[in-house]
Write a protein that binds this ligand. Sequence first.
Ligand SMILES: N=CN[C@@H](CCC(=O)O)C(=O)O
Ligand SMILES: [Zn+2]
Length: 431
Amino acid sequence: MSEYLYIKNASQVITVSGSSNKPKVGREMSNIGVIENGSVLIKKDRIVLVGVNQAVEQYVNRLSEPVDVINAAGKVVTPGLIDPHTHIVFAGSREKELEMRLKGAKYIDILKAGGGILSTTAETRQASEQQLISETVPRLDRFLQYGVTTIEAKSGYGLTTMDEWKQLRVAKKLNEIHPIDLVSTFMGAHAVPNEYKENPDDFVQLIINEMLPLVAKEKLAEFCDVFCEEGVFTVEQSKIILVEGKRLGLLPKIHADEIVPFGGAELAAELGAVSADHLLRASEEGILEMAEKGVIAVLLPGTAFFLMAEPANARRMIEAGVAVALSTDRNPGSSPTESLPFIMNLACLTMKMTPEEVLAACTINAAHAINRAHEIGSIEVGKKADVILFDARNYQTLQYNYAVNLVDTVIKNGKVVVKGGVNVAKTEAFH
Ligand SMILES: N=CN[C@@H](CCC(=O)O)C(=O)O
Ligand SMILES: [Zn+2]
């Protein structure tokens, strides 16, 4: 096998280049670097050249070594898709909640009654590390088949020190055994567990005194997240946790203003959070403050769709200069899907984002939302060779064809892991 992989004659190569230092905002989100009739050359796990066919071919012809060739005629080539917000490590499932919600029950009321996140917590606490791995690998396999090469993974279904630790250790192990890269976030403040219902501040103290120091000491996460929402964690509690997390080196993220306007976007700006996520009910002031402080908005239109709620006001955020990223929010309650391409469709159809903005949001801006923009998120010389070939002649088709999987080939770290839509890198031992 050659060290070189030459992807030639693509209908279009979408580079999304030029924004590795800062996420794309406003009109920059429409500039996605389209090369008509383009090629990409990979050496080992890195991109070494990208350009129009003739230029790359000249270079390849001068190489003395053989190259492996992928004919990308009739295909669109993009950077590997990135999902910056998932709760992928968990046990069990929650189909019953769909029926309850169809009969009028509200997501947050199910949680307040001890279901929702807390029912997944009960199942996750029961599960061994091996069981969690076995339940999560098929989800990762599906992500890969949808063209996703890196995801963020939150804890938050343990809610005891050892169960949070277990979830983060599982994410670490999955990062080692699966082609997808996982970037971990500690989210002990996902819900107040039943045993602390009467004294939620004591649970905040447990997070501060026990969970955060352990996670930081063992370097099990890069970010700290909080579900800042009416009836879950107050703005004050969220601030205490995120400030302490930051002091220990964990960068803040916030589940903000999902159900009611609650000041989450404002808190994200105040703390200089990397991202504020959800934002369905974010205030105008909150949006402006996020723009000023460079907080990325991670929008989750699949969650709004599945909870039958009005999605976030993406157009206002883009107009105000907020960098927007997109994510599945993969979790068992409010967004049971691995299809980032379907989220891309929803972003267009329900939030009126353009195909260009959507691609920027799922590549370079998503990379910034997990602090990886120096490595991934665009097809640029020196970056990791995470590259997708879609069965489409132009990138607009990715948004136009909905709820279908157009992914033909996935290249992760320079290796073909999905070919003809088929996962050829299954993590067999863990199925
Ligand atoms: N909103 C809070 N957390 C998750 C849902 C988790 C669950 O319902 O299990 C979310 O981002 O949507
Ligand atoms: Zn979430």
